[in-house]
Design a protein around this ligand. Structure first.
Ligand code: V47
Length: 382
């Protein structure tokens, strides 16, 4: 058994699981964890010990601060050429239930349902076979004209790669055009699980893990920050999860371009994997904690309340997470897959969740700068 001493010691670490003892020593010393340590964390029955370790790192990095933001999701189309088994959102062109927003509609949507001025638009959508690259550039340009202060976090690495192929451009050229149009950073979607064996089952039509990571690297080198996700709770093993996290960590060592890691809990309803049981609280909370411990070079770990429920996101703030995401306003991707959480949350409710977890709410913009509000506008600290 070991005793950890931190900047803010609270109590000593104890576990009866001997597999965690060497891990705890490394965490205490600030040493990097390896593959086997990752497996030990995934396989330990002592979730409180795993959480304690993750919390100690989280508090070392962020003290009691817990971040949230006021954002809006925009999904311009659900038409998608890919047939990912994991997805209930995408539809084939011509199928019932498809939609594609006209640009005016997308810009109008951006302003809807806002009670507090949003600081971020989060834009992801299907891989539409016909929409030209210009549509997406015009979408962003139009948003920037109408909402110049709002950060545009748009297009996953999968969309970037698809749009590059459609426009017959290199990835670098595509990213440059996005930057010129006003894209400020990128969301973390499409990463799923990098292992080929799993990708073939859950998202056979997407770029492979290597391409996702290479695209992220290039984006970082061109000055974009991005996030990274991991979709868990389907057919992946503990080895696949650790492999995924360590591949992200290796890229981060090279670029330092990732801001936040977001584990995404698989929602099986209405997908081709509907027979898979839904994830449980223990599974969800463990992803947060292991993510915090293995990704020692990621500044932030987000427990996305839409995915894991507000109650679990709140608990996560004691298990390694420092961020619970935002108001969102209108979520489609997981709600098509059976999520029963509300589609959006008010700023005041996010603050209450955080405060009742004993943390200090900190409204951030996408770059984690402080946001100050007055009336219906906001300012971002320098
Ligand atoms: O890549 C799709 C996932 C992702 C399902 O960067 C599903 O701040 C569960 O990446 N069950 C897109 N998940 C969303 C995303 C995201 C969300 C919030 C914040 C950020 C950020 C990024 O949604 C996809 C896929 O992994 N997804 N279908 C499903 N049935």
């Amino acid at each position: 058994m070991s005793s950890l001493s931190h900047a803010r010691p609270r109590h000593s670490f104890q576990t009866d699981d001997p597999a965690l003892w060497p891990v705890a020593e490394k965490v205490r010393a600030g040493e990097r964890l390896n593959f086997d340590d990752g497996l030990a964390l995934y396989r330990s029955g002592d979730i409180l010990a795993v959480g304690w370790l993750a919390n100690s790192v989280r508090e070392r990095m962020h003290g009691d601060i817990a971040y949230f933001n006021v954002n809006r999701h925009i999904n311009p189309t659900n038409v998608c050429v890919a047939s990912c088994r994991l997805c209930a959102f995408g539809r084939k062109k011509g199928e019932a239930g498809t939609y594609t927003m006209a640009l005016e509609e997308a810009w109008r949507t951006a302003a809807e349902g806002i009670t507090d001025a949003v600081t971020e638009f989060h834009i992801v959508g299907g891989l539409h076979p016909d929409l030209p690259f210009e549509y997406f550039l015009d979408l962003v340009r139009g948003l920037k004209e109408r909402f110049p202060k709002v950060h545009v976090k748009a297009f996953t690495m999968v969309e970037v790669s698809f749009l590059a192929k459609r426009a017959k451009l290199t990835i670098a050229e595509t990213l440059l055009k996005m930057k010129d149009a006003g894209v400020d950073s990128m969301p973390g979607g499409g990463a799923e699980i990098f292992a080929d064996r799993i990708r073939h089952i859950i998202c056979d039509h997407k770029i492979d893990g290597g391409e996702w990571l290479e695209t992220a690297k290039l984006a970082h080198r061109m000055g974009f920050k991005s996030n990274a996700t991991m979709l868990y709770g389907h057919v992946e093993s503990d080895d696949d999860r650790v492999d995924h996290l360590l591949r992200l960590r290796a890229v981060q060592d090279e670029t330092a371009g990732f801001q936040t890691f977001i584990p995404l809990s698989f929602h099986p309803d209405h997908t081709a994997l509907a027979h898979i049981p839904k994830s449980t609280g223990m599974l969800d909370i463990r992803q947060i904690a292991v993510g915090r411990l293995l990704l020692d070079n990621f500044p932030h770990i987000k427990s996305y309340w839409q995915m894991v429920t507000p109650k679990l996101a709140q608990i996560s703030l004691r298990f390694g997470a420092d961020d619970i995401d935002g108001t969102v306003i209108e979520e489609k991707i997981y709600h098509d897959a059976g999520a029963t959480t509300p589609q959006g949350m008010r700023r005041a409710d996010l603050i209450r969740l955080i405060t009742e977890a004993g943390r200090v709410p900190f409204e951030r913009d996408t770059m984690y700068r402080a946001v100050t509000r007055s009336e219906d506008t906001f300012t971002v600290s320098a």
